[in-house]
Design a protein around this ligand. Structure first.
Ligand SMILES: [Zn+2]
Length: 277
């Protein structure tokens, strides 16, 4: 009898802790968000991130809080001799958190570490050439997102992209869109969807727009979305995210359904943010 009571008490404590964990995390994050935002970090946002300046004031404030949480929870490591500075950390965090502004505090739950190289880095890839033939080659990359909770970035490209906020190319937005996609496992172009976004509408619009981009690229036509998006559905989602934030008005005009689905997913309307870039 005593054993049973002890077991039930233990079980009740474990269940309480499990139920309380999300509340404790929310409470801890709120305390971090409420801290004073360091002056040096603010200078980086003002001088290096034009996208930040284009945000409405309430979103700027939320972003500053999110940056503080992100920088508390994620680890940064310099590679290839690079020393990580606060400017690097804030520049990366600001753009990564832009995707989260209305995502109900989902701070990339699988992501642990961000590796940063001074410039493009070389990776060894293998490609099946049919039959038993496999070709191995070294490829230069600007960024990578692994489903094991790691993002790899080139600082040279981050800097260029951050200050060229209207060209539809942004390696941080791209790789962190992959992270959102990889929350459920391997990237397939379908991130974790919650109402009002429904899977059927997402699939229908993304399929149609992906096919359209592939057709336009094959015909050599000028496209709003970068041709790299025609590679596969996962790249299409990452490229569409870059376009959504950096060429919002163009996307809204020429790909209104795609814009609408992404507006619903990110719960943001960058086309209305004005142009301070
Ligand atoms: Zn990609």
């Amino acid at each position: 009898m005593v054993k049973t009571i002890l077991f039930l008490c233990g079980l009740a404590i474990v269940i309480s802790l499990i139920l309380a964990a999300p509340l404790l995390t929310r409470w801890r994050r709120k305390r971090i968000r409420d801290r004073a935002f360091p002056h040096q970090w603010q200078t980086t946002l003002d001088r290096k991130i034009p996208l930040y300046k284009s945000l409405p004031k309430p979103l700027q404030e939320r972003l500053r809080g999110y940056i503080q949480v992100f920088l508390t929870e994620k680890t940064f490591t310099g590679c290839g001799g690079l020393t990580i500075t606060n400017e690097m950390r804030v520049t990366i965090a600001a753009q990564a958190c832009l995707l989260l502004l209305n995502q109900n505090e989902r701070f990339y739950p699988k992501l642990n570490a961000i590796l940063v190289y001074p410039g493009a880095f070389v990776v060894n890839t293998t490609q099946s050439m049919g039959g038993y033939v496999v070709e191995e080659k070294n490829v230069a990359r600007r960024g990578e997102s692994w489903d094991r909770g790691i993002v790899v970035l080139s600082w040279e490209d981050i800097q260029y992209d951050a200050t060229h906020g209207r060209d539809g190319h942004n390696v941080v937005l791209h790789e962190f869109a992959h992270q959102l996609d990889q929350e459920g496992g391997r990237a397939d172009g379908v991130p974790f969807l919650t109402p009002p976004v429904d899977r059927a509408t997402w699939a229908q619009v993304f399929r149609r727009e992906y096919d359209r981009l592939q057709r336009d690229v094959q015909r050599g036509l000028k496209t709003v979305l970068d041709a790299y998006g025609a590679t596969d559905p996962a790249e299409f989602f990452a490229v569409a995210t870059e376009t959504f934030f950096e060429k919002a008005q163009l996307m809204q005009r020429h790909h209104s359904d795609l814009y609408q689905v992404l507006e619903c997913y990110y719960r943001l309307d960058p086309a209305s943010w004005g142009s301070k870039i």
